[in-house]
Ligand binder design. Structure first.
Ligand SMILES: [Fe+2]
Ligand SMILES: [Fe+2]
Length: 281
């Protein structure tokens, strides 16, 4: 099957993809339970903080492997912006690691397991094309989570210091959401490869997210199973979109004619970015 030139599907207003250096600070005024004042949703948020940096560096390596195969100058420029944005995201999330450790949370054990399975294991044994396909699929999930967060006010119950950082990350995820997908289409547009990438993406995201949250929750003294389940139910009621991320992700991504920009949410991202840059100035 011939490779497709897909960059034209991005909205014209996208322009250059560039990182914004925000310099967030995570000090001890942030409460231990920074999501809705509750342990369970906070553990899910903290687990995402832990998963992102290594994941984002994996994405960059997966795309970098094929960067020289891309002739389209527009996509080549977008790839550079993608590296820069993901690098900044990883850096900012790692700043939260220090805050978590000051809260007395052991994060190193999870990070060691995650690194061993995902990077010393899966990354080493899987073919380059599958890594790229998994990256494109994971970017679809992050774009859905980003849209949910921005469009439906899901971050309203989050402490402002964490909220600003997550809003910034969400906006930039929307901006670069099609880059890995477009690279995949140029490298190999086969549908089975795309599906295989989605299988790896879904399994690893659910697995590591759950494991991270569970390992953090075990450290919450006095938290009973009954209370954990109660908080989980409450979180799902407040945030029904959260549990639909995977269903929506699969439904959209498995359409044969799928492209990330079929959902044009750039204006949503740009409006939040403008506000963030205004307040940071
Ligand atoms: Fe990111
Ligand atoms: Fe991303």
């Amino acid at each position: 099957m011939p490779s497709m030139t897909t960059t034209t599907q991005a909205p014209k207003e996208l322009g250059e993809i560039r990182p914004r250096v925000m310099g967030f600070e995570f000090d001890d005024s942030i409460p231990r339970h920074w999501v809705a004042g509750a342990a369970v949703p906070t553990a899910m948020g903290n687990a995402l903080h832990l998963i992102f940096p290594m994941g984002e560096r994996f994405f960059v390596r997966a795309v970098k492997h094929y960067a020289d195969h891309i002739d389209d100058p527009q996509l080549r420029a977008q790839i550079k912006g993608f590296y820069a944005q993901e690098g900044r995201h990883a850096h900012e999330h790692e700043k939260v690691f220090a805050w978590m450790e000051r809260q007395g949370l052991d994060i190193r054990r999870f990070l060691a397991i995650y690194k061993k399975i995902a990077y010393a294991g899966i990354e080493r044994i899987s073919p380059h094309k599958l890594r790229l396909a998994a990256t494109a699929a994971l970017e679809h999930y992050t774009a859905i989570m980003a849209e949910n967060a921005l469009k439906h006010g899901l971050l309203e119950r989050v402490h402002p210091a964490m909220r600003e950082m997550l809003v910034w990350h969400a906006c930039e995820e929307i901006e670069h959401k099609a880059v890995a997908y477009d690279v995949l289409q140029q490298v190999d547009s086969s549908y089975p490869l795309r599906v295989a990438g989605m299988v790896v993406a879904t399994g690893t995201l659910i697995g590591f997210w759950f494991l991270g949250a569970a390992m953090l929750l075990r450290q919450e003294k006095g938290l009973t199973l009954r209370e954990t389940l109660r908080q989980l139910r409450a979180a799902m009621q407040v945030n029904p979109l959260g549990r639909q991320v995977f269903a929506r992700g699969l439904r959209e991504y498995l359409r044969r004619d799928f492209h990330p920009w079929q959902t044009d949410n750039l204006a949503l991202a740009r409006s939040h970015l403008e506000r963030l840059e205004r307040t940071a100035a």
